[in-house]
Design a protein around this ligand. Sequence first.
Ligand code: AMP
Ligand code: ZN
Length: 465
Amino acid sequence: MFKLYNTLTRQVEEFQPLTDNTVRMYICGPTVYDFAHIGNFRTFLFGDLLRRYLKYKGYKVHHVMNITDVDDKIIQRAVALKMTLREYTDQYTDLFFQDFDALGAERPEEVLRATDHINEMVEIVQRLTANGHAYESEGSTYFRINSFPTYGRLSNMNFEGNVAGASERVDADEYDKESVRDFVLWKAAKPDEPSWETTIGTGRPGWHIECSAMSMKALGETFDIHAGGIDLVFPHHENEIAQSEGATGKSFVKYWVHSEFLLAEGQKMSKKLGNFYVVRDLIEQGHTPRAIRYLLLSAQHLKQFNFTMDGLKGAETVVARLNDFKVRLHELTPEAGETAALGELVWRTRKDFETALDDDLNVPAALGALHDFVRETNSAIAASTIKASDQKALIELVDCIDSVFGIFGELKKGFLDADIQALIDERQAARKAKNFARSDEIRNQLTEMGIVLEDTKEGVRWKRK
Ligand code: AMP
Ligand code: ZN
């Protein structure tokens, strides 16, 4: 049974989807004002792990992610560069997905942009105004927190007294509210800022309303999982609950799942502190996306994790070893048969891997099971005890585990001994035919694969670097 910590109930709960076998899941996406940093990607890779493990467990997953493409920073920068919001945010959305793909994250079933859903947001604001949860003041519309008695349930905060300013994302320029706690749903237009003409006035949406609107549009008024980084619990997710449940009168989300911060030098990695790293810079410095992925996934999501360059170097060694292991396993040409010991190893590893991830995605324990498995299989390779059916079962297990972790890497075409020999033979033939362009091309290809050629009297010999 898969168990997950639910921020709402403050308990580890057995996961049971609301309906049939499909999991409806919404994960708050990036604000595309600049490059995302690897702290952001810790949260998105956690979402990827959750998604992949749900699929591993046999669920069909409908995963939705938003792109926040209108906010103060975006507007400031786009206006300064004399670009439209769309032009400005398109470039950072593309760059975001380049890094997202490089890190091996699976694309969600739906990616929705906030500015494509203004009508849906307006509709919720109208419903909230009609039923007394919202009010208009000076062209803006606010949520009336006093009208929603369970406000604060998710973040477990005591809202006696004034808490404005509890988050850096609370707007500073809202003097027109009935209560200082009330938050903005719709902001009146300001001169020189992009705005939308709607039935609730000319303006632009507040940040929280976009996620209520897009999640309910794509997944229905009640759905299974809503996730994001821990800093979204308050005020973002608290406000989403108030808006959605205030509008529909129904329970919004069953499981609220949050992942902890990535730190650097002991502090939350953030643009503000400047202690951040960007995926493409790390790749340019020669780090592999797979090592970054491994490192960002390696801690349990409720634990803070401190990023260091030494940690990344360590991850590099681990993923290289995992890839070598996979290649070696594929290269074996054993005789027919199977052995009881290896059958037991496969069975035990699968069980330990699932037990660990069933336990609130305990990644360190699951990786522990994987590393034990690699060590024991390496011993079996060294002792030549692996038979053909064992090899098949071992490869299947690696693929199965990797459907969740995505850390082994590909068996590059030409990586097997036979493929390398075929390339060398083709190069020899090309040289004989004086087709030096082709022979050089093959030589370069082999160099890239880490293959060193040596001309000897007996012909061309090769070895791996
Ligand atoms: P943003 O683009 O600022 O809306 O953030 C995107 C996601 O990254 C949100 O889910 C944040 O909670 C998350 N996030 C921001 N900083 C960190 C960090 N240092 N570690 C982990 N997640 C983070
Ligand atoms: Zn959100």
